[in-house]
Design a protein around this ligand. Sequence first.
Ligand SMILES: [Zn+2]
Length: 325
Amino acid sequence: MTSPASGASLADLPEYAPIPKSALGVAPNEQGYYVGRVERNLYWVTDGVYQAAFLTTAEGVVLFDAPPSIGHNLQRAIDEIAAEDGVSNTVTHFVYSHHHHDHGGAASIFDGNVVRIGHEETRRLLLRDGDPGRPVPDVTFADTYTLEVGGEHVELAWHGPNHSPDNIYIHFPGHDTLMFIDVVNAGWVPIYNVNLSEDVIGYMGAPAIALDYPWTHLISGHLGRLATRDDVALHQQYIADIEASAREALAAVNPVPFYMHYGENFWAGVKAHLDTVTERAAAPVIAKYTGVLAAADIEEFTRTTTFQIMQSLRLDRGPSGPVHP
Ligand SMILES: [Zn+2]
């Protein structure tokens, strides 16, 4: 048993609403992974929290992402499928969805004669961060790239920054599938701060771009099941509700009394004002989605996402405040 540091006991931890059935996914095997067919020779792997994908071809295996939490189970999953299908289990190509360690940190496990492919910004960020676990891609692209291996076609595309500056859309036109990581969590709310995303406007617009592609299955990078178009639509509604609620709260809450109250401590005035706006905006969203999206009642998640969207409404869209007369 582990217990939280700093003297707190597990009994003090908060209780949350039950997880909706729709949020739950597959059960990992004894080794800690699940591998399943998406369509034909496209497979997905999960440990229950992270997801990767691979394509078996006549020329070798193309691997998409290598989360360290799945780690060496990626090769075990590939071995299992390759043995069943009687095809090569050698990873010959590796594609980065984006530069983050939690999705690519086991890339260096595949260190043979592997062609690594990624967005040019992924290469730049990986060179900056200098992690030997994530070798830089040799093949890069700016807007689109068609990967052709063993008669299979995969379309890679960058449509602007969203979760990260380099997060790409990976379309499998022959498999009715899109892989797009860290924006939509099927059946679950985004975690802190719009799923730890850097470009809020880009994050909010990304699901519509994903839906512009034809697909039935979405590999979203997290949790224990594939996503559907309905999952993306529900996520969009959650974000749209936060945006509308934040807009209403920004207009409704008068900042002046908070600044008057705190006088020369300007930052205390800022905090009181913005915290009040955030609480007002988040409360109806938490109430609406508890029991619909898992973890909507983890207040920090809906609240920090609301805070981030509210800040983006002020700073990106504007106005941040009235222009002094
Ligand atoms: Zn990420």
